[in-house]
Design a protein around this ligand. Structure first.
Ligand code: FES
Length: 186
């Protein structure tokens, strides 16, 4: 009597099928819009980060699959450019200019103050998850430095005091938004 043979049936899992819907949609939309471009990977990564705020590492297999690249190739590009974030950012992203013109008018002191006030280094997120601090090299606002951008809004002639006011204002607007949200729920 012959022994029963165990047969293994391979199950093929499509890359990205286990991604959260928002991430999968962001990747597929970015790919579909930019696939035909020469060097499509960079614009695709930009589009994904614009939409999600970062490039979740779990999306790399789907990006690689769609572009017929290896995961290592995609990972190499994502990790080469500091601009691409591999960690989820805080609620507010602050870009602090480190270029020469701003450094000449106080950006160094401003950087030290911002790091101290938020308790982070560049690319870090504050402990409460609210602020991510990023360096940037010129925001095109050189005549009015030191410059920073928070939530895509440009601010010039920044001092440590004005920085604290700006951070205070984002805290206040968040508190009043949650206050009005809880008020409307009652
Ligand atoms: S050098 Fe800072 S905005 Fe240009």
């Amino acid at each position: 009597m012959s022994a029963r043979k165990r047969v293994t049936i391979p199950i093929r899992i499509e890359p990205g099928s286990d991604l959260p819907a928002a991430e999968r949609a962001a990747v597929l939309e970015a790919v579909n819009r930019n696939r035909a471009l020469e060097g499509a990977l960079l614009p695709i990564l930009h589009a994904i980060q614009d939409r999600l705020g970062w490039i979740p590492p779990r999306t790399l297999p789907l990006i690689a699959y769609e572009l017929n690249l290896s995961r290592a190739e995609v990972h190499g590009v994502v990790s080469f450019y500091h601009y691409f974030r591999q960690h989820q950012p805080g609620e507010h992203v602050i870009f602090l200019c480190r270029a020469e013109a701003c450094q000449a008018v106080g950006a160094v002191a401003l950087e030290a103050h911002a790091k101290r006030a938020l308790g982070v280094e560049f690319h870090g997120t504050s402990g409460d998850g609210r602020y991510t601090l990023e360096p940037v090299y010129c925001l095109g606002n050189c005549a009015s430095g030191p410059s920073l951008m928070i939530d895509r809004e440009l601010h010039g002639r920044m001092t440590p005091e004005r920085f604290d006011e700006l951070i205070g204002a984002t805290s206040t607007s968040a508190a009043s938004a949650s206050g009005s949200a809880s008020g409307s729920a009652t």
